[in-house]
Ligand binder design. Structure first.
Ligand code: E4P
Length: 202
């Protein structure tokens, strides 16, 4: 399982990269807002992240548009920033249609905010390179997020689907350990949890 860092903080990205633990970055406008960023500077910030991690490290950048034409236009702009940009698109009808078009143009898409196996299968069929099931948010409403990751991995294996599964909305070490055992390809984790992974009371 590879680790992506779920942040917009450049210092955190530089530090994780120095540990050799960084295979990618996922970010979104709310993570950017959390570090004081402004929406109209989001694309410039994605460029700053790409410059730090280099061309071999995928950087997921989320479109905040809500209809297919706007998502497609935004996705094309994001993809123009650097060759390693992956356009993050919400798992919804408009997102599926946009993913279908962007993927046909060779633009990699990470379908985000996935909460069910059928959604994951549709994302894969639309051409998504990655699918991001959200563990913590499912746990928050009394469902089992890790079980969803396990089921998606199983379904994809069954049908020979190559879309990579990114376990997202990870809140703690237990989530990391459990998703490792599902066979999912990637976990995107916040810096706080990455730090916890190396620390042990002994
Ligand atoms: C990943 O791509 C998402 O940005 C992230 O994991 C969201 O997690 P949250 O539930 O903490 O917002």
């Amino acid at each position: 399982m590879k680790f992506f860092l779920d942040t917009a903080d450049l210092a955190e990205i530089e530090e994780a990269a120095s540990w050799g633990a960084l295979a990618g970055v996922t970010t979104n406008p709310s993570l950017y807002a959390r570090i004081g960023g402004k929406l109209d500077d989001f694309h410039n910030h994605i460029k700053r992240i790409c410059d730090i991690v280099g061309p071999d490290c995928p950087v997921s950048a989320e479109s905040v548009a809500m209809n297919r034409d706007e998502i497609i236009a935004d996705g094309r702009e994001l993809a123009d920033i650097a060759p390693n940009v992956v356009v993050k698109v919400p798992t919804m009808v408009e997102g599926l249609a946009a993913t279908h078009t962007l993927a046909a143009e060779g633009i990699p898409v990470n379908m985000t905010l996935c909460f069910s196996v059928p959604q994951a299968l549709l994302a894969a069929r639309a051409g998504a390179r990655y699918i991001s099931p959200f563990i913590g948010r499912l746990d928050d409403i009394g469902e089992n997020g890790v079980q969803l990751v396990e089921n998606i991995v199983k379904a994809f294996k069954l049908y020979g689907i190559t879309t990579e599964v990114i376990a997202a909305s990870i809140r703690n070490l237990e989530h990391v350990e459990k998703v490792m055992l599902t066979g999912c390809q990637i976990a995107t984790i916040p810096t706080k949890v990455l730090e916890q992974m190396i620390i042990h009371p002994l």
